[in-house]
Design a protein around this ligand. Structure first.
Ligand code: GAR
Length: 210
């Protein structure tokens, strides 16, 4: 029996994507990895309550009042303290530096609320993404789960799902539909997929040593 990959989820807000991951852990849909830590950049993030309700350890590393380097050093320290092997950005509102990304190369997942390469990159987050999609007049949008590299929203795409834009949509109504139909479905799937890959790699390495 292989030990599940230890996942750290980074959040800044409501945490509905975190909830989807927690639910997938409970249902068994996510079984190659386990949520071992929730790290929030905001002390009042509702995501922290979700972690508590699920009995998952959590910690706050405030972004405010410190340099980006100091913030990332604290994040990395917490991730190491909990032996985190895979990092998931679930509504985490800070762009991470190349140094941070190098520490978890190909082991950071992000969910973005559009079909990349549309409406993505620096400045496109949360409701702004949906406002931009509506302003442009696209008829189809969606969500993307991708690996994180040095380019904001530029890493390898793992999963995407399209969602219809409906007449009369507001940024809020579109955000809700994209979450329900795409983000909450894709993120747990991608988490299981990448966890299973990491486990298989660990196993292959163990085999080489025998
Ligand atoms: C989600 O829609 C997520 O895709 C988006 O923020 C929201 C967080 O909601 N992330 C980005 O825009 C990142 N560029 P949640 O806290 O309820 O999961």
């Amino acid at each position: 029996m292989l030990t599940p990959v230890r996942i750290g989820v980074l959040v800044s807000g409501g945490g509905t994507n975190l909830q989807a991951l927690l639910n997938a852990g409970q249902s068994g849909a996510l079984h190659s990895g386990e949520i071992a830590l929730v790290l929030s950049s905001k002390a009042d993030a509702y995501a922290l309550r979700r972690a508590e309700q699920a009995g998952v350890p959590s910690a706050v590393v405030e972004r405010r009042g410190k340099s980006a380097a100091a913030f990332e050093a604290e994040l990395l320290q917490k991730l190491r303290e909990y032996n985190i092997e895979l990092v998931i950005l679930a509504g985490f509102m800070t762009i991470l530096s190349a140094d941070f990304i190098a520490a978890y190369r190909d082991r950071i997942l992000n969910v973005h609320p559009s079909l990349i390469p549309s409406f993505c990159g620096a400045g496109y987050y949360g409701l702004r993404v949906h406002r931009a999609a509506l302003d442009y007049g696209v008829k189809v949008t969606g969500a993307t789960v991708h690996l994180v590299n040095e380019i904001p929203d530029g890493g390898r795409i793992l999963l995407q799902k399209a969602v219809e834009v409906l007449p009369g949509d507001t940024p809020e109504s579109l955000q809700k539909r994209v979450m329900e139909q795409a983000e909450w479905v894709l993120l747990p799937q991608a988490a299981e997929q990448l966890s299973a890959e990491l486990l298989a790699n660990q196993n292959a390495k163990r085999g080489e040593r025998v």
